[in-house]
Design a protein around this ligand. Sequence first.
Ligand code: ADP
Ligand code: MG
Length: 691
Amino acid sequence: MAPAKDNEDTNVAVVVRCRPMNDNEKNYRKIVRVDEMRGQIIVEHTGVNADEPPKTFTFDNVFSDTSKQADVYNITARKIVDNVLEGYNGTIFAYGQTGTGKTFTMEGVRSQPELRGIIPNSFAHIFSHIRECGKTKQFLVRVSYLEIYNEEVRDLLGKDQNKRLEVKERPDIGVYVKDLSTFAVNNADDMDRIMTLGNKNRVVGSTNMNEQSSRSHAIFSSTIECSELGPDGQQHVKVGKLHLVDLAGSERQSKTGATGDRLKEATKINLSLATLGNVISALVDGKSSHIPYRNSKLTRLLQDSLGGNSKTMMCANIGPAEYNYDETISTLRYANRAKNIKNKPKINEDPKDAMLRKFQEEIEELKKKLAEGGQLSGSDDDGEESESEEEEYVDENGTKQTRKKPKKKKKTTEGKTNDPGKMLSSEKMEELKRVIEAERHKLFSQVDMEESEKNQVQLQLAKKEAELSRAQQEQDALQERLEALKRKVLVGGVDLLEKAQEQERLLEESAKELQARQAKEEELRKRLLKKEAEQKKAEEKFTNMQEEADVKTRALKKAFHQLMSAKSELADIQEEHGREREALLQSIRELHKELSQQVLIVNSYIPPDQLALIERNVTWSEEIGEFQLKCVAYSGNNMRKPTPSDEKRIQPDESDLSHVYLTYSEAPAKSKPVSSRAKSAKSKKKKELKN
Ligand code: ADP
Ligand code: MG
């Protein structure tokens, strides 16, 4: 196995993994050879070109069909996760044709420890790190899981699986997904349950799991915040974000003979992957000042991972059989280009959106209030954690459950709580209890008390009792919130769970084995290189003309070989471009057809004055990549996109632009305003023609 390169600090690391032949491939030739020693993938030609020289690609690391999951983790992901624990951002994504092992690499078979993939192994790694840390460090680990399907972002952990989320950007925290659920987790099992929940949601809504997963991109993100006392006597928080991405299948969608809606869907899926390719090209050629991150949801979300603040690793997955030749070569080329991307990772120290310190401050404040009483101000959560009254958690079966969340008081603009009821300290509550007891005693013992005086005392007693009960409720609520917050903040050195420990032991054992093996291999590699160099030297030392002629003939043959390789490479690339061009033309033709249909509908059914009105009021929103009508309150921009069943229920209202919008959306399965669709199709067509 090739040693790890020391330029990984800045370059995107690229590794290739070839899966084993499967039972259906028995009759096919295996054309991929993996030279782990040299970090090379060698692909033989097929068909009429079978006698051409094989193509060779070199990468940071390559994994053969016998590679073990733990080795893949230790060689590729371990360093990145370690970096994330130090406060760097890290991204690992799996790229490749459907069926080549992306999900196997990223997730693996979670029920079998030795077959677990990068994601579950990262859980064990993260929590065993926390366990090994000193008690001076505190951690907050939060996870989210989303899917991009058809250029729509879906929260796989969200309550409402029909909801589509928006990708937003803020100068202080960068690109983020609005309203994405995040879960604070305490141990590797929590994370595992959350993954199970998310995967269940990937299945919902698709008739065929493989179909959906091969067409959607899934991003499992963990945010790890770690706070420690700095030399300046202040607590400092470092925040690392880890994105683990299982990309959609890279195969050309047009090849599957998709038409109509399927083709449109395919075009959109291609859009994210094509944009990913364009982003990589633009980053690599170094001449482009514009990197087209904004052209797709995927590249917007992974903006930092490519050319930005992140340590990034790409695993290109390939199949070994000859019928996969085209896709294998195309994947290897893609991966080859990605090697040249340079990132600028840095430790994220005390970023604006860190939650840990807010939690710690709130814990301190709650403790103080509970002891001393007084007003509670509460902390701002920055809206990232949901403000709902219920707290969600995932149970042992990976099913989402809710429990009541202790209410936090809303701040008024002056920073005071809305509820003027004051918190009582435990001491004061005891005192109040004594007073109530005394008054009650007075009431019962003084039989000769006047009726009016009795009423007076009773009234006061009732008031005090109400006060006590309110104070008790307040205190219980605070106590509950304190417990909830304490559950989220993890203290270094605490034993978090046995199972994770076992998994981590398995990983560590294989890391040791790996080290020994790598040392041996390094030795072998050195010897091999030395031998090659000696051979070359010997060849150059010729004593007579005959030898010189021989050497020159060999050199000539080698050059000729290189020429032939280059020629075949050129032909391959031309052929690939041809296929790509044909696919683009096909989608242009489809879009053109759709456009004419929309124009026909617009011309036949929309009164010209209404059309002019719409056109005057419609603007392109770069932010969400859609046309929007002005006058948000009237036009329905804020409405949830109607599903076909909703559309049937919607009754047009004559009074404003929403009438126009809603009437249009009655066209079957159309959710956007027609003019918007037409224009977006037009602009897309233009873009594609340009490309
Ligand atoms: P993808 O996610 O790229 O579509 P999968 O991960 O689902 O592909 O893999 C397809 C099949 O091949 C699965 O049955 C998987 O278990 C198997 N497979 C993939 N890679 C390997 C590997 N390295 N070793 C053993 N089986 C593998
Ligand atoms: Mg998959």
